[in-house]
Design a protein around this ligand. Structure first.
Ligand code: NDP
Ligand code: OXD
Length: 302
């Protein structure tokens, strides 16, 4: 039994240290594989040809998302990465983006181009209602941090989540949820149900002049619909960590649109030690015959 750490990077030493301390075998990159039949676990982001490993049992994503993974061969389980560091890093990005839009940073960055010292209205957090799409690990963390800053928060999720102080909306209450979201944050996983969800009808359902913060997945966003919603004033500004496509071409309209701030999908990067701890927890769960942490539900897709 061995775990293949595909595409070794700067986090490999932390994995090697944790695996050696736990007495488990880690193979550092394809070059270290002498017997493909010995590979039972694989951790990767870019997915290699899985048929090369006949005894593979579990594939682990190096990140939170698994939307780019192909269907698993029969008998092979797929697990996402669970790491507090990921949740905290994305939370930090979301808070940065929310405050940037809440305090009119896109407009002030534009004013700075011409040395324009004009002050806008200064809004209170309590007057900006925030709606979070996706109330899982990251959404719930963001909800609590934003409530601590004074924002009223609502969450939308498939099943509904009770988070003290926040309003909870379930899958069939999307319209109601959107109608009261002055600033919409998307933290959904990409599945067939969420692909293209940030499109014309969703933007129309928001209050006029709403703000958009997007850190889910690029393919959830219809960039043309975003452009139109900005031009019509339906949306006032957006901050995106994920775009459609990625990378965003250099000549794409969104780069030079002063109403949009873009970061190149830098919300999070799994800390090495935490990644290794998660992989070891999966190995242990298998031995104990318990549910694998982070296992992807084959129908739900997340
Ligand atoms: P979780 O699986 O913990 O949470 C997902 C949430 O989305 C759940 O609340 C779930 O509802 C909800 N959801 C899923 N599908 C639907 C749907 N069709 N309708 C309504 N709600 C839905 O994921 P995380 O919070 O850990 O991560 C979320 C996403 O953030 C990742 O999948 C990834 O795409 C993105 N991400 C982006 C990063 C970046 O760098 N920009 C870094 C890390 C993650 P329910 O609770 O009912 O199941
Ligand atoms: C992830 C990401 O899914 O970086 O971890 O987007």
């Amino acid at each position: 039994m061995a775990l293949l750490y595909f595409s070794p990077d700067d986090r490999l030493p932390a994995w090697e240290k944790a695996f050696s301390a736990a007495g488990e075998v880690l193979l550092a990159g394809q070059e270290a594989v002498t017997d493909p039949g010995a590979v039972t676990h694989l951790v990767c982001w870019d997915v290699p040809d899985l048929s090369a490993y006949p005894n593979l049992r579990v594939v682990i994503s190096k990140g939170a998302g698994v939307d780019h993974f192909p269907p698993m061969p029969p008998g092979v389980k797929l697990c996402r990465m669970l790491a507090p560091g990921i949740d905290h890093l994305v939370r930090d990005w979301v808070i940065m983006a929310t405050l940037a839009l809440h305090r009119d940073l896109p407009a002030y960055l534009q004013q700075a181009q011409s040395g324009d010292w004009t002050a806008k209205n200064v809004p209170l957090a309590q007057d900006r209602r925030i709606g979070i799409m996706g109330m899982g690990r990251i959404g719930a963390l963001c909800a609590n941090s934003l409530m601590n800053l004074g924002f009223p928060v609502s969450g939308w999720s498939r099943s509904g989540h009770d988070i003290s102080g926040a309003l909870s909306y379930t899958g069939d209450q999307l319209g109601e949820f959107l109608a009261q979201s002055d600033l919409l944050i998307c933290l959904l996983p990409l599945t067939e149900a969420t692909r293209g969800i940030l499109g014309p009808s969703l933007f129309r359902a928001l209050p006029k002049g709403a703000l958009l913060v997007h850190a889910g997945r690029g393919s959830q966003l219809d960039m043309d619909a975003l452009h139109e919603a900005l031009d019509q004033g339906q949306l006032a500004a957006a901050m995106l960590d994920v775009t459609n496509p990625e990378p965003l071409p250099q000549d794409h309209w969104a780069w030079s649109d002063t109403r949009v701030i873009i970061t190149p999908h830098i919300g999070a990067r799994t800390p090495g030690r935490e990644g290794a701890v998660h992989a070891l927890a999966i190995l242990k769960a298998e031995k104990d015959g318990t549910a694998l942490p982070g296992e992807i539900h084959s129908i739900r897709g997340y």
